[in-house]
Design a binder for this molecule. Structure first.
Ligand SMILES: Cc1ncc(COP(=O)(O)O)c(C=O)c1O
Length: 424
């Protein structure tokens, strides 16, 4: 193989190769060997819930017998979806977002990750007027998947969040309102619930930010992969509505369909039109399977029932179980720990303030024992100031079986116990 040289590799490609966050996480998922000792608390795969799988299998049966199967398999969609599906989604989603959406406000993508790789580059980098604009992440840690999506380097901006102690072994990140500067900003992006922390930013905080972004016509991107209306893992917070100035993204992945790769964007018609150009160039077309499944799920109005009666109770129970398992192991081993208030989503964000090695090293020590977690240092793009949480936090999923969580908690506690500062 001819080696890549400095004159045959772009700066962008070089930067992509150096960054190991989302790639390392997804490769961990793909490298699973099926060994019985493997404990997979790393990636963002949803749980396999038989009742949910049966609903999706029924969609497949319907599609398999439908004459439109020929079209599903044999025809391209328009880049961001055919008008029929976009109109259906606009009509179905309107009441869920308190808005009268039209088809020209809807775009489908091959997963919401795919949509973000375009959205973030529409609103950051060199602008038509020559200025350089950044993506403000109002609270970090924020989703690992945004970090390397900007084509330009140094496109993210973040400040230390406020850290609020909320109880014994509990804390929460809050919006740093004293340092909210929009002068270099081209867009503001946040996930709600937040991956990795499970934070659910209040509507009051979002309105506070929007009051400021609106004055400067800065779009607010709200990633609802775990949010309303499906899977709606938002705890006791209110749902998000659509307003002019917001771009919302939904995903079919966290309801249990990550393999289908469907993301839905809701925005103003101009942004959607730009997305259509991007999609044509980058994808030609959105895949058919997701939109055909969506048609069935929306027409039968299945997702509200699924979210309320199956997904939410399932993940609530899992969360309580995981917390009790991990806390009991931590306490047994005398671990110094703090857990971010898990308000939504399906991750625990855990801090080990007395850890004597970095979280990245901890990840490797765990991986050596076949325990997969995610090191927290990846989740702070744009943060240039010192913040101890970048070095002593980890993320883990609680979507796994009780027995696997228990083994994982035991191994993690043993490793952390042998790498704590002496005062502990
Ligand atoms: C917050 C958040 N946004 C977006 C995505 C991307 O999801 P998908 O591309 O599967 O829709 C994920 C996946 O883990 C996520 O956690």
């Amino acid at each position: 193989m001819t080696p890549m040289t400095d004159s045959s590799t772009s700066l962008w490609a070089t930067r992509l190769r150096q960054n190991q966050g989302i790639r390392s996480l997804m490769e961990d998922l793909g490298q699973v060997t099926g060994h019985p000792d493997e404990i997979l608390l790393g990636g963002g795969n949803p749980a396999h819930i038989p009742e949910v799988e049966e609903i999706f299998a029924e969609c497949f049966r319907i599609l398999g017998e439908d004459p439109s199967l020929r079209s599903l398999l044999g025809d391209y969609q328009a880049p961001i979806g055919n008008d029929r599906f976009r109109s259906l989604a606009a009509e179905y989603l309107s009441p869920h977002f308190g808005s009268n959406l039209t088809k020209d406000q809807i775009a489908f993508f091959n997963g919401s990750q795919n949509a973000y790789s375009y959205l973030l580059n529409i609103h950051s980098g060199y602008m038509k007027d020559g200025s350089f604009k950044k993506i403000l992440l109002p609270i970090v840690p924020e989703y690992i998947g945004y970090a390397d999506q900007s084509i330009e380097e140094n496109a993210f901006l973040a400040k230390n969040p406020e850290v609020i102690k909320t109880g014994n072994h509990r804390f929460r990140y809050a919006l740093n309102k004293t340092d909210f500067d929009l002068s270099e900003v081209g867009s503001v992006a946040l996930s709600r619930p937040t991956n990795p922390t499970g934070n659910v930013l209040s509507n009051a905080d979002i309105d506070w930010m929007e009051e400021r972004t609106k004055k400067k016509s800065i779009p607010l991107l709200i990633d609802l992969a775990y949010g309303n209306p499906f899977p709606n893992l938002i705890g006791s917070e209110d749902p998000i509505n659509y307003n002019e100035g917001r771009t919302l993204s939904l995903s079919f992945s966290k309801i249990g369909l990550p393999g289908v790769r469907l993301g839905i964007i809701i925005s103003n018609p101009e942004t959607i039109e730009i997305l259509s150009s991007y999609a044509a160039v980058g994808n030609l077309a959105v895949g058919n399977l997701g939109v055909y499944m969506m048609e069935i799920l929306f027409q039968k109005n299945i997702l509200p029932h699924l979210s309320k009666n199956i997904l939410r109770p399932f993940y609530d129970k899992k969360r309580e179980l995981a917390i009790s398992i991990f806390e009991s192991e931590f306490q047994k081993h005398g671990i110094d720990y703090e857990i971010h208030d898990p308000m939504g989503g399906f991750f625990l964000w855990i801090r080990f303030p007395s850890l004597s090695v970095s979280n990245h090293k901890l990840y490797h020590l765990c991986k050596d024992k076949r325990l997969f977690i995610v090191s927290g240092h990846y989740f702070f793009p744009g943060l240039n100031s010192d913040f101890s949480h970048t070095k002593d936090c980890i993320r883990l999923t609680y979507c796994r079986k009780e027995e696997e969580l228990a083994r994982g908690a035991h191994i993690l506690a043993e490793i952390v116990a042998s790498h704590q500062a002496k005062s502990q």
